[in-house]
Design a protein around this ligand. Structure first.
Ligand SMILES: O=C(O)CCC(=O)C(=O)O
Length: 351
């Protein structure tokens, strides 16, 4: 891992022509973010990375008719080996460094926002001085490899099948579920959160697994077919990342299906299917990144910024670099998104 990380950052430094090395000599986290963004904004850099993630053979395949029927009936479907082991290892190396930089810089950053508008929600109730990221919202803004993954054909081909020809990135969020410290995710429907900014539950998630996931380290569980129930009444929790959900502990839905995943596997699921996950008391991380996509015209106000287009009318599938290195919100001023799970607006916090 150390060798891979060293090679990865040597590569980043070469490409970014930036002050990337400065993060190792100062505690300035925003400098890290600026450097990583510069990498992501380098037009020469993007296609190569994208090719490493996308395989045309897999891209052409998409979901089978059986998969699509499964998704319609259950509200979720698994796609095995969506990403290669090499790509996953590189993502993990990148995320490890981001995590350590964020943990070191947090004292200077009260609202947990990075310079690029990504936002950290920490595991709560840990021993003093111990910091583990629980959720990193807008992870694509600080992780070039996750940004590239949000443009890769394996995911977008499926999204076009499930959403339609025009696909926008709704958001990307990293779910850490750290070894020993990862906490219970209450049962919820994602549209509990997203209803405050969206007209209809048209979004689809792709949760790409970076580590193996099973019962011991808090793999996701789905209540099969629950997307057909519509949006259920919510309960509010005092949590900085999952503040809205359904009543009940992990045993509340004994018939739920727990998925068993290998690194590189992805699960696609809609915004109404009830899901949750147990804590991670094991010695193994259960890291995964959820990319949520939507179609245009579904915002209660305005539209997602043009940088979020991934497929369709405005761009061809697999677009070249579109990242400007500034906030994807259309404004350089990041939004406050604390106490939320998904979405972009603090308005969503209002009961
Ligand atoms: O990380 C988890 O287990 C929960 C993820 C989740 O609920 C989500 O992405 O909507």
């Amino acid at each position: 891992m150390a060798k891979e990380a060293a090679a990865f950052f040597a590569d980043l430094r070469r490409r970014s022509r930036s002050l990337f090395g400065a993060i190792f000599t100062t505690a300035g986290f925003s400098r890290l973010i600026t450097s990583v963004s510069m990498v992501s904004a380098d037009p020469d850099h993007q296609p190569e990375r994208m090719n490493q993630i996308c395989s045309p053979t897999q891209c052409a395949a998409g979901l089978t008719a059986t998969d699509l029927e499964y998704f319609r009936r259950h509200g979720w479907v698994i796609r095995r080996a969506l990403c290669s082991p090499t790509t996953i290892s590189r993502m993990i190396a990148e995320i490890d460094v981001l995590h350590e930089a964020m943990a070191a810089a947090i004292a200077d950053n009260d609202d947990n926002l990075t310079a690029d508008g990504a936002q950290v929600a920490w595991e709560e109730g840990l021993a003093s001085g111990r910091r583990r990221i629980r959720q990193l919202m807008h992870s694509e803004r600080v992780s070039p490899l996750l940004d590239h993954a949000s443009r890769c054909a394996e995911i977008l081909t499926v999204m076009q099948q499930l959403i339609g020809p025009d696909v926008l990135l709704f958001h990307s969020k990293l779910m850490m579920k750290s070894a020993h410290d990862g906490s219970f995710t209450p049962w919820h429907q994602d549209f509990h959160y997203w209803q405050y900014e969206s007209k209809a539950p048209t979004q689809v998630n792709c949760m790409l697994h970076l580590d193996a996931a099973d019962a011991e380290n808090g793999s996701l569980r789905f209540v099969d077919g629950s997307h057909k129930l519509g949006l259920l009444p919510v309960k509010h929790f005092s949590s900085k990342s999952f503040s809205i959900g359904l009543d009940g502990d992990l045993d509340a839905y004994p018939a739920a299906t727990m998925i068993t995943m290998a690194p590189g596997d992805a699960v696609f699921f809609g915004p109404l299917v009830i899901h949750g996950s147990g804590p991670n008391a094991s010695a193994r991380h259960r890291r995964a990144n959820t990319f949520a996509f939507d179609k245009p015209g579904n915002r209660l106000e305005g539209e997602l910024p043009t940088q979020n287009w991934r497929c369709g009318r405005a761009v061809h599938c697999l677009p070249p670099c579109i990242s400007s290195g500034t906030s994807n919100t259309g404004s350089n001023k990041p939004h406050l998104m604390a106490r939320t799970h998904g979405g972009s607006f603090s308005a969503r916090l209002s009961p």
